[in-house]
Design a protein around this ligand. Structure first.
Ligand SMILES: [Zn+2]
Length: 548
């Protein structure tokens, strides 16, 4: 557009210049002046893109984990300059995360991003008021201190519980809305595991959740958010949205959006999004470990100014969730049965998913139930990662090649088993940083599992080593490099134990002979009967017995 306008003026200037008639001389000067100002004005317009503020706190809060999440867990430096925050934000553009999707979308759709505090912490217990207030203050101060904003993108998880707020996410949007007024476009992105509150869709203009679990579309959703924001700012669309929440939980054991029963619902949401007038369709599975009224799945449909259509389609998709409820009853093996199945299975490796100790779901990462069972049944050729900083210290002090004899795991609380005595040899000590170049759950590229000791456990042979990886940080197994980077040949092992739920599937399905989801105890046990709920809605399917 800018180029065409300049050419248009240049054409007139050249036409007049050819004419030698004196009458035109003064007119010519006027036109030159007009031309110069028009070009400058045009240049200014082409340079000024709409400025969009970016902020976010991402946390999945497990009400059953007694360890609260505090400011230190978010790694936030209070009072850090916007330049520093922007530098860190844009440095993440090479990953495949929501924020990198914002960055790419902003570039393609002509927006300028103004990042303030964008942070997150490993899932654990609810966030303290102290941490929430401090970070909220940073966000509001940051957004207010910048240039005039024409929109705000909020990168939130959707299942954050704060001591004083059952939905920390809703409270963030409420405060941003109050600070910037009703006219400010606010587009929010959420995780697939969001427990969306009905109020949330009133407070923001557009809400988009990840469609996929494992979360392989994080970048796409960030990109989509930037696209919709650009359309709002330029006046091309007027979003309206509807939310419907089915009276159920959709058990986490069945939240694989690449398999039945969730797959057809996810596919339908993708199809619907291609329809004219529909801007975004989200089906979030919910996060069953937050004891809050909004716990459970949600369908959010955003249309271009057509509330009736949004209502109709949100109801239809929510009905699909409800209709598949009978397929979400759990019948997974307990640890003893799962280890037995793994040993009897002909192929390798067998991946045992320790769902009760799902680190990405807010568990401790030090559960010893599976370890205890592997030793008890004399399994051979297994590898497993466990969080135990004390155990690492013992291995480090002993040194590589030296004997190790120490009780490991089951130390963080009373939900994850007892410490298990491990005898063996320290095989290696590693720094625990690794790179994932494929798109795996969440789209992250750079990972840090903390200093890690590999213990070759008693009974190992060269053919069938039993390897316990002791870490100094709880480390989600979203990438197989959690093993590979520590010298474990994952394809040769008979059994790999991973502490997750659905997320690890993206990394392990490509080479595993079979994956077995284990109904193990812990802060993320898939069986709701393990827990007592106080704040969820009455009569939710799949969790009836657990409401106190
Ligand atoms: Zn998630």
């Amino acid at each position: 557009m800018a180029l065409n306008l300049n050419s248009f003026f240049l054409y007139f200037y050249v036409s007049f210049n050819k004419n030698n008639n004196m009458i035109y001389n003064s007119l010519k000067k006027l036109i030159v002046l007009f031309l110069i100002s028009a070009i400058s004005l045009n240049y200014c317009f082409s340079q000024s893109k709409p400025v969009i503020g970016v902020a976010g706190i991402s946390h999945e809060s497990n009400s059953f984990n007694i360890k609260k999440t505090d400011l230190e867990d978010f790694g936030v430096t209070i009072g850090e300059s916007q330049q520093e925050r922007a530098k860190r934000f844009f440095a993440g553009s090479t990953a495949k995360t929501t924020s990198s999707g914002y960055i790419a979308g902003a570039k393609d759709f002509g927006l300028e991003l103004y990042p303030t505090l964008v942070t997150g912490a490993t899932p654990r217990g609810p966030v303290t008021d102290r941490a929430f207030e401090a970070m909220m203050n940073e966000i509001l101060t940051g957004l207010k201190a910048g240039p005039k904003l024409q929109g705000i993108l909020l990168n939130l998880h959707g299942a954050m519980v704060v001591e004083s707020y059952p939905s920390g996410d809703e409270e963030i949007v409420r405060r941003v809305r109050n600070a910037f007024g009703a006219a400010m476009p606010i587009v929010v992105t959420h995780d697939f595991h969001a427990n969306v509150t009905p109020k949330m869709v009133e407070l923001c203009n557009v809400l988009i959740t990840f469609k996929e679990n494992p979360h392989l579309d994080t970048y796409d959703r960030g990109y989509q958010a930037a696209d919709i924001m650009a359309k709002i700012v330029s006046g091309k669309v007027k979003p309206v949205q509807s939310i419907v929440k089915a009276p159920m939980i959709f058990n986490i054991a069945f939240q694989n959006t690449y398999a039945e029963p969730f797959l057809p619902i996810t596919n339908e949401s993708k199809q619907l999004e291609k329809q004219a007038g529909i801007l975004a369709v989200s089906v979030s599975g919910g996060y069953q470990y937050s004891d809050v009224p909004s716990m459970g799945p949600s369908v959010i449909v955003v249309t271009d100014n057509n509330k009736a259509l949004a209502d109709k389609e949100a109801n239809r998709l929510s009905q699909m969730l409800w209709d598949s409820r009978e397929k979400t009853r759990i019948s997974n093996p307990k640890p003893a049965e799962a280890v037995k199945q793994a040993m009897e299975h002909a192929g390798r490796p067998v991946v045992l998913i320790d769902m009760g100790d799902n680190i990405g779901g807010g568990s401790t990462g030090d559960s010893s139930f599976m370890l205890e069972e592997l030793l008890k049944q004399g399994a051979q050729g297994w590898a497993m990662v466990i969080y135990d900083p004390e155990g690492y210290k013992i291995a480090q002090n002993a040194g590589v090649g030296k004997a190790f004899d120490f009780p490991v795991g089951g130390k963080m609380d009373n939900m994850h088993g007892k410490p298990v005595r491990i005898k063996g040899e320290v095989r290696s000590l590693n720094v625990g940083r690794y790179l994932e170049t494929e798109i795996r759950h969440g789209g992250g590229r750079y990972w840090n599992m903390g200093n890690t000791a590999v213990i070759q456990v008693e009974g190992s042979t060269l053919d069938e080593p039993n390897l316990l990886l002791i870490t100094t940080k709880p480390a989600s197994p979203n990438s197989a490099h959690i093993f590979i980077s520590n010298g474990v040949y994952v394809e040769r092992q008979k059994i790999l134990v991973v502490k997750g739920a659905i997320a690890p599937r993206a990394a392990y399905e490509p080479f595993a002979s079979i994956l077995i989801s284990v109904d193990s105890p812990g802060a993320t046990a898939i069986n709701p009967d393990w827990f007592k709920y106080y704040n969820i809605r009455e009569g939710l399917f799949g969790i009836e017995k657990s409401k106190k």
